[in-house]
Design a protein around this ligand. Structure first.
Ligand SMILES: C[S@@+](CC[C@H](N)C(=O)[O-])C[C@H]1O[C@@H](n2cnc3c(N)ncnc32)[C@H](O)[C@@H]1O
Length: 234
């Protein structure tokens, strides 16, 4: 799908957590989108809740990764956890192409991709209490104060995630931007249905299994501290 066609498909909500850039698509990424998206992709649809038992070959818990970038963590997790199903969500087309190539190379049966705004997907396609985990790794920090409204972690987003997590499910965020980490802590803590796994109310230790993504490595090169936040749905 061209960038213009994709932009046109988005409805008119004005404040979004991303900007569609005219990213360069390599030939391999373009070919992956043409040939693999029909196989591993799910079309965004405003009036149809997903039926995971029809989508995946095996009925397993579902984890949703929002903004998977090039798919580093998504592909790594899906290959290490074959008994978990993954929905990867990303709007950046080159990243979608790259992730599709990874899925094909490893013949992963437990991943599906949706190229659309995660908020609209959560609102319109994910049934209540359907997800075991929502993963948000290194979301765009939108550093300038006038752009804070674009940060994906907002009170409404947190409530929406709480609606879609099963009881005992987990919201896991990670960021290398300290100001955003504190912002996340403040916003998520307002939700009474999510309990911080750190009983003292701060950040959690980095789970050993969490893949080191490109954006994390970049943050580390810049000397940033990485914070993980883990909240359990009560
Ligand atoms: C800073 S990158 C991090 C990518 C990856 N998680 C990593 O750690 O390497 C954030 C990504 O989130 C995507 N994104 C931002 N808002 C989104 C939304 N509402 N729905 C889907 N993807 C989104 C952007 O396109 C971008 O690729």
């Amino acid at each position: 799908m061209t960038e213009q066609a994709f932009s046109a498909r988005l409805t008119s909500r004005s404040i979004r957590s991303f900007v569609i850039r005219n990213g360069r698509l390599t030939k391999a990424q373009a070919a992956a989108i043409d040939t693999l998206l029909p196989r591993y992709g799910i079309e965004y649809c405003e009036d149809q809740l997903l039926d995971f038992s029809a989508i995946f070959t095996q009925e397993n818990p579902v984890w949703m990764e929002i903004g998977f970038g090039n798919g580093d963590a998504l592909i790594d997790m899906a290959s290490r956890y074959p008994n978990t199903n993954f929905i990867g969500v990303e709007v950046h087309e080159p990243g979608v192409g790259q992730a599709l190539m990874g899925i094909e190379t490893l013949s992963l049966q437990n991943v599906r991709i949706i190229q659309h705004d995660a908020i609209e997907i959560l609102q319109h396609m994910i049934p209540a209490s359907a997800l075991q985990r929502v993963l948000l790794f290194f979301p765009d920090p939108w550093r300038k104060k006038r752009h804070f409204k674009r940060r994906i972690v907002q009170k409404d987003f947190v409530e929406l995630v709480a609606d879609k997590l099963e009881s005992g499910g987990v919201l896991h965020c990670a960021t290398d931007w300290q100001d955003y980490a504190q912002w996340m802590l403040d916003k998520i803590s307002t939700c009474e249905r999510l309990e911080n796994q750190n009983k003292t109310g701060g950040y959690s230790s980095r789970p050993e299994w969490r893949t080191r993504t490109r954006f994390e490595q970049r943050g580390e090169r810049l000397g940033h501290t990485v914070s993980d936040l883990l909240y359990t749905r009560i």
